[in-house]
Write a protein that binds this ligand. Structure first.
Ligand code: FE2
Length: 167
């Protein structure tokens, strides 16, 4: 027998923690772009981790592992933030890709080209995070602003590290 009274599909729920619904909805949309982008970058980073060859193999293999592990944790935190402000988080890969500002890696390229792409992607992420912080600040969602501010530095550092290996 179906438990009709038991709601098991995530949907918007009321939140009264100091930020208006309209503002939270806008932020949820921004966070969805950020989560989608971070997820695509996570997958792309693993692609480099697995396929990198050449003199920088060991350092790039290790570095990309640190980066995708960080992205994995960050995606989780940011998707859960969407839930905490009352909205549904992305449900699958298609939704992640649709909302991503990062292009999926579709073919294997020489290592330095893929790493150069990652550098640009991390810089793109830093810019997206800045937009996110501005949007969160505007509605005084200090928690979201805090979460995203932290991410700016992480992406800037990742861009620097990756760039240094191919310089
Ligand atoms: Fe591995």
């Amino acid at each position: 027998m179906a438990h009709e009274s038991m709601e098991t599909v995530a949907k918007e729920f009321p939140v009264d923690a100091g930020v208006d619904r309209t503002d939270r909805k806008k932020l949820a949309k921004m966070l969805t772009r950020i989560v989608g982008s971070s997820h695509v970058l996570y997958a792309k980073t693993r692609g480099v981790h697995w396929n990198v060859v050449g003199p920088a193999f060991y350092s790039l293999h290790k570095m990309t592992e640190e980066h995708y592990e960080d992205l994995n944790t960050a995606v989780d935190d940011m998707a859960e933030r969407i839930r905490a402000i009352g909205f549904a988080a992305p449900i699958g890969i298609s939704e992640m890709i649709e909302n991503s500002v990062i292009d999926d890696q579709k073919k294997l390229l020489p290592a330095h080209e893929m790493v150069k792409d990652l550098v640009e992607d991390h810089e793109k992420m830093a810019r997206l995070m800045r937009e996110g912080v501005a949007a969160a600040d505007e509605v005084e969602d200090v928690k979201t602003a805090d979460l995203l501010t932290e991410r700016i530095g992480v992406h800037e550092e990742a861009a620097w590290m990756l760039r240094a290996t191919i310089s």
